[in-house]
Design a binder for this molecule. Structure first.
Ligand code: 1PR
Length: 664
């Protein structure tokens, strides 16, 4: 059973802390901790985040003409109360990826954001954040092309506070396996390495017996090496959101260079510090209240890189010692709970969250939900629902534009507005899918899938998902002899934004066969003993396109293999048979995909009870589970899912703010 609300392991005495040597780095242990969040986070939780569209200057790449106001006018985004001013911070953007999220987080905290537009802006900054995104090589090339490198090096040597994020951390090193031959800033002498678990046999990783996935994507811990103002307020006990395929080995940071470490198969640097230069491998702007608290600490501490006040240092020492001394392993990735919003226009032209039964989103002739027969089921407004799920503890929110295959995706401005408004209120990863493909609009203007994705990223998406287009790309990959020509949407988007930003949403349906010899596709015999309408005992899972309207001659395992070879970083496995049925996830389907790939997999379709989440994690080893209907209808809350799953864990399990599935 989890510790009761309010239970807290008593702080260690000064003598016992000394004996425990709490600042020994690199261990992955945990302990009981306050069930309630630290005060700073509780205050943040009470703060109604969500500033309106930022008034601060945007870099050219950020001016995406997203009509935030239209979502507000639609009654779907309440005006947030103003927050107290928090001073100025300068952001270094070079035009790739989702830096809007960071601006939104800082704005929500009350900071005034200035964007670097010239090298002088770097020199003039008093606090600088470098939220690097994309690949190491792209980051360095952009810094060079804009002439920022000399000013950045001078700033890093100036003693003024610097916070790098993700690639902003990695670029401080001499080089990276990601971009051989490209020189980094060289503030630290080491080299950035690639996670590679291909040599680890199944069951040899000690985590879930199925091998560790790459990218390292999700909520992981920090093991703090020494007290720091950045982690004031109990943040050492929290989980933060990481998403990366390359890492900095602890030894590469040099003695004392790692302010905090974490582990994904191997220990690596979670937070770097040398003098005033600090950097996080995780994304604080996507780490919910804990991440926002860390950003606030960076902005408000008189010297964020110095020693914290004595009482705060004492509190952090006690907390870290307690975490390390506790039984139970709080380290490793938490399993993610994802809330999904299927979005489309209803018959009145309003953008609504809808939900189908086996992909049919129209009310039945005698609707239980009270809508008119045949009408598109309306379960709420997208921004409000997303904000509600964030507050409830969702680890990620996904929007699927389920009818965008029909028209011109970029004409779908309301969805861009929804995304932009959501990203001012929701500080966990946002994924958006539907309609991302090459197309030509009615005026004859052509857009690439990369163009469409870029608009979504600039509007606040952290990841995009591809459905139909991924099926076509996989078919082309097989037709060409299992090679890509670089032109598919998967390849082009992955090359610019990174594999972790490309999710493939699979819409399979079960095809029954009497005999496996009847089909060239890989079949299985359902583990629950289910049979087909004519008593068939075998089935295969057929990929579909256009929201399940058209089946293709491709099975899910073939698709999974092809799309990961082309550069996809995560798979979302829906099931047309299980969708909306509330009977639980299709474990056979999901396990077959999970076993075929080394990237994270999200189980989807069929959740009907809190227990179904734990069951799919147990049976398949997937990294995340998604649900829609039960959340929208309020039948099961995200908190209930987490509480139910926590009950399976050891009594001493910590890090309760995120679902600690460390025992899986
Ligand atoms: O093909 O790239 O334009 O993408 C279209 C996207 O829209 C795909 O990701 C596809 O899955 C989605 N989509 C299209 N039509 C529908 C539909 O429902 N008619 N939604 C649809 C797919 C499945 C999940 C659902 C889970 C969980 N819906 O999104 O949320 O099944 O539901 P549950 O927990 O209630 O069982 P492209």
């Amino acid at each position: 059973m989890p510790p009761p609300q309010g239970a807290f392991v008593p702080p260690l005495s000064v003598a016992s802390q000394a004996a425990a040597s709490p600042w020994t780095a690199g261990r992955q242990v945990s302990a009981t901790r306050p069930a309630a969040l630290p005060t700073a986070i509780r205050q943040l939780n009470r703060r109604p985040f969500g500033a309106t569209a930022p008034s601060s200057p945007l870099s050219p790449s950020q001016r995406s003409m997203v009509p935030v106001a239209s979502a507000v006018a639609n009654g779907d985004a309440a005006d947030p109360p103003a927050v107290a001013p928090l001073g100025e911070v300068t952001l270094l953007d070079y035009g790739a990826g989702n830096v809007r999220s960071l601006e939104n987080a800082l704005t929500a905290l009350g900071a005034t954001v200035r964007w670097v537009q010239s090298p002088d802006d770097i020199s003039d900054a008093s606090r600088l954040i470098f939220p690097g995104v994309g690949s190491f090589g792209v980051a360095m090339a952009n810094l060079e092309a804009r002439g920022y490198v000399p000013a950045l090096r001078a700033y890093l040597a100036s003693g003024k506070p610097f916070l790098g994020i993700c690639i902003g951390l990695q670029s401080l090193f001499e080089g990276s396996d990601e971009s051989p031959g490209v020189a980094g800033l060289g503030v630290f002498p080491g080299r950035v390495r690639k996670f590679d678990f291909s040599g680890i046999p199944a069951g040899g990783d000690g985590v879930d017996g199925r091998g560790l996935s790459v990218p390292h994507m999700g909520w992981n811990t920090v093991d703090l090496d020494r007290p720091s103002p950045l982690f004031a307020g109990g943040l050492a006990a929290e989980r933060f959101y990481y998403v990366h395929s390359f890492y900095v080995p602890v030894e590469a940071a040099g003695p004392g260079g790692a302010l905090a470490t974490t582990t994904h198969g191997t220990p690596f640097v979670a937070v770097l510090q040398r003098g005033s230069v600090m950097a996080t491998q995780f994304h604080p702007e996507k780490s919910g209240p804990a991440g926002l608290a860390l950003l606030r600490n960076f902005l408000t501490a008189p010297d964020p890189s110095g020693a914290p006040p004595a009482d705060e240092a004492q509190a952090q020492s006690s907390l870290v010692a307690a975490l390390r001394a506790g039984a139970g392993d709080g380290g490793g990735l938490a399993k993610r709970i994802v809330a999904c919003l299927d979005v489309r226009e209803n018959d009145a032209g309003d953008l609504v969250v809808t939900k189908g039964d086996q992909y049919d989103v129209r009310e039945a002739a005698d609707p239980a939900g009270g809508g008119a027969p045949g009408a598109v089921r309306n379960l709420g407004k997208p921004v409000d629902l997303a904000a509600r799920y964030y507050t409830a503890g969702a680890d990620e929110v996904t929007f699927l534009n389920i009818t965008s295959f029909r028209g011109a995706p970029l004409a779908d401005a309301p969805l861009l507005a929804v995304l932009a408004a959501t990203s001012t209120r929701v500080f966990v990863p946002l994924c958006i899918g539907g309609g991302i493909r090459d197309y030509t609009d009615a005026e004859g203007v052509s857009y690439s899938a990369l163009d469409v994705a870029a608009r979504y990223f600039r509007a606040g998406a952290d990841k995009i998902s591809l459905g139909s287009d991924a099926v076509y790309a996989a078919e082309a990959w097989y037709a060409a002899g299992r090679v890509g020509d670089g032109s598919s949407s998967i390849e082009t988007i992955s090359n610019v934004y990174g594999a972790q930003a490309v999710v493939i949403s699979i819409d399979p349906r079960r095809v029954w066969v009497a005999d496996p010899a009847d089909t060239p596709h890989a079949t299985l015999s359902p583990s629950n003993g289910a049979t087909g309408p004519a008593g068939e005992t075998h089935c295969w899972y057929q990929c579909t396109v256009k929201g399940g309207r058209e089946g293709r001659d491709l099975d899910v395992v073939q698709l999974a293999v092809a799309v990961t070879a082309l550069g996809a970083g995560e798979l979302l496995v829906n099931s047309m048979d299980a969708d909306g049925q509330k009977g639980g996830y299709d474990h056979d389907l999901i396990a077959s995909v999970r076993a075929a790939v080394g990237v994270p997999v999200i189980a989807s379709s069929g959740a009907g009870a809190a227990e179904h989440f734990g069951a799919v994690f147990d049976a398949t080893g997937v990294e995340a589970a998604l649900a829609a209907g039960i959340f929208h209808r309020g039948e099961v809350g995200i908190g209930e899912v987490k509480a139910t799953s926590q009950e399976k864990g050891p009594a001493s399990c910590s890090r309760a703010a995120r679902l600690c599935f460390c025992w899986w």
